[in-house]
Design a protein around this ligand. Structure first.
Ligand code: NAG
Ligand code: NAG
Ligand code: NAG
Ligand code: NAG
Ligand code: NAG
Length: 172
């Protein structure tokens, strides 16, 4: 059993989103939405856990059709609201305090993370809500798997993240 302090240390840092997948409660793979879902087929993002108890997540689709790269900040001229709306549909970012609970030995996951209440979110209806994710850290601390439950679609989601090497001299 890993002590919670060790889990906090293992989580702390920056994680890059590797892939996402989902299955319905009946075991069927959630069909590929052809990139039309929020994060598309090749999502990108960082998830940053800070040892002071905050988490920040920043994710978006990468398909050009979901993410008009030619739009310029605050330059609305000759652009349409539909083009800007794509950014709203294919981005998800938030920051929040987080707590973690360690599972007892025998559970296949290391513990449960609660991101929330969300202090800010690009999807305002998620503000003040708490996102619950079971987590497991594998591969000598280099990979993080988060499991989510989507009660609307009755589906389990899996997000894999890879640890980013520290850019600064190690102080811990
Ligand atoms: C996602 O990435 C993890 C870690 O690299 C890998 O084990 C897993 O097979 C990948 N899953 C999908 C659906 O690509
Ligand atoms: C599983 O559930 C999904 C969503 O309700 C449904 O679309 C699919 O057909 C189901 N699969 C089976 C094998 O029942
Ligand atoms: C918008 O289109 C008009 C007409 O083609 C052009 O004169 C103008 O320079 C364009 N503005 C921008 C900011 O691209
Ligand atoms: C979240 O809670 C704060 C403080 O209670 C409140 O001011 C804010 O309006 C709430 N935001 C939403 C989106 O409900
Ligand atoms: C998280 O783990 C708990 C305890 O094992 C379980 O009851 C719950 O269904 C899991 N949730 C997710 C999203 O995997």
């Amino acid at each position: 059993m890993v002590a919670p302090l060790a889990l906090i240390a293992a989580l702390s840092g920056a994680w890059s989103l590797l892939n996402t997948s989902a299955i319905y409660i009946n075991g069927t793979q959630v069909p590929d939405l052809g990139g039309s879902n929020v994060l598309g087929k090749k999502p990108a993002g960082y998830l940053i856990y800070h040892p002071t108890g905050f988490v920040s997540a920043n994710m978006h689709a990468t398909e050009p059709g979901s993410r008009p790269y030619y739009l310029q900040l605050e330059q609305w001229e000759n652009t349409t609201d539909a083009e800007w709306a794509l950014l709203g549909k294919h981005n998800l970012a938030y920051y929040a305090p987080y707590t973690l609970e360690e599972f007892s030995n025998g559970n296949e996951e290391h513990g449960q993370l609660k991101h929330g209440p969300l202090l800010s979110c690009t999807m305002p209806s998620l503000e003040n809500t708490t996102l619950v994710r079971n987590f497991t850290i594998v591969n000598e601390g280099k990979l993080l798997r988060l499991r989510t439950w989507d009660s609307v679609n009755q589906a389990w989601g899996t997000l894999w993240w890879g640890k980013i090497e520290t850019l600064l001299p190690k102080y811990v």
